[in-house]
Structures are given as C-alpha cells and as structure tokens.
Design a binder for this molecule. Sequence first.
Ligand code: FE
Length: 241
Amino acid sequence: MIDFSSFHKLSYGLYLICSEFEGNKSGYAGNTGFQVTASPSVIAVSCNKDNYTCETIQKSKKFSLSVLQKELDVAIVGDFGFKSSADFDKFEKHEYKIGELGIPVVTDSCIAALECEVINEVDCGSHILFIGEVKVAEKLNDNPPLTYDYYHQHYKMLAPKNAPTYIDPEKLIEETADEKKSEDSANKEAAEHVCIICGYTYDPAIGEPSMGIPPGTPFEDLPEEFICPICSAGKDYFKEV
Ligand code: FE
C-alpha cells in the first residue's frame, strides 16, 4: 500500500531550472534539485519529459539552477511552474542574466545560482534525471531559502502538474473536504475555494489584493471574468473546500 501523503514528509527546496538552445530560452520550477558529489561538484535535477525545458537541456547539455528565497511573490512560481515556455515568455517579467555558460540564470527572488554542464542523463520514465557538473556557483544574497513545506503551507499551492511530487489535486481536495465535514459549514460565504489546476486557494477573508479584490469578498461575488492569479484558470476550475 502506498499512502501518498507520506511523500509530503520528504523535505525539499524549490528551484528555477533554466536552459537555452539556439536562442530559445526555457525554464521550469522544480523541487528536485540536489547535490550528488562534493568533488567534483555535481548536482542532479529531475525534469518531466513534457517540459519544454527537457528538450532544451538535452540539446544544449547545460542548465542553470537558481534557489528561490522564502519570501516571494508567488507569481514567479506560477509563471515558471504552471505555464509552458513553448507559449509564454517566462523571462519577460522576471529578472535574469545570461551566465558564463551562455544560458539564462534567474536572479529574481533567488539567493544562489549554479550553472552546470550535463555529464549524464538517466531516463526515469516520465522524467529525465539530468546530472550536471557545476561550472559556476554564485551566492546572490543571504535571505533564507524557500522550502517545499513552507511553499505548501504558506502559499497553499500544490505541486505543478509535471513535478515528480505531483499528486492529483482531486485526491487532496477530497481529503480536505473529509477533514472539514464535522466542522460547522453554515457560513458558506467564508468558504475558501481552491483552483484544481494549480492549487491556489482563494480565501474570502483575504480577497486577492493583486487583482483589486478586497478582503471580505465571497467567492460567489467575484466577477465572472475572475481568473486564477497563478495559472489563469477560470472560476469553473475552482472547488469549495
Ligand atoms: Fe490556478
């Protein structure tokens, strides 16, 4: 038997992994980045084959890994984690530089950045594990790193669909609903709604300041054109929790 919630007990950070081939920049948000050996300095990242970036890394044989900081605007995770580089320019809104290996390195909301040359890749089915030797490493500042746990708890977002840690949100929503069954649900106006695409949670008590929606606005009163601020899904994609 596999209890999927036990996977949430594993500890991770959250990273922006980028590459570029023949002028096409791409990048994605991933939690699976870790150091493999100290000497030489080697790290590994797991990349979904459906990610545009996967092919870019396979062709360029290079990738950068930027470490996200704890306090940030989640839009950067939304842009890199829930949209595709194939149809969205992830680098337009977020600060980056071209690193020494000639690939994009995101500096926006990040505390350190590594540039790597791929020395091996392992086909893991849905994902490719890229193993890279670190050629450039730079500390950007001393802010604390974002942990995956903090990301879930504080920003209330789920794993991006292509993440190795992805769990069907429907399953998690059912669990949450069950947990709350015994609670008094009379105050429907205060009910939170979760985006089933990305896991963003709309809390009426907070509203959505980034979209000019004040605290105290029930989900039902949101304009019909309301979209998820993270993944742009419409109201139909929200479920009450
Ligand atoms: Fe969403």
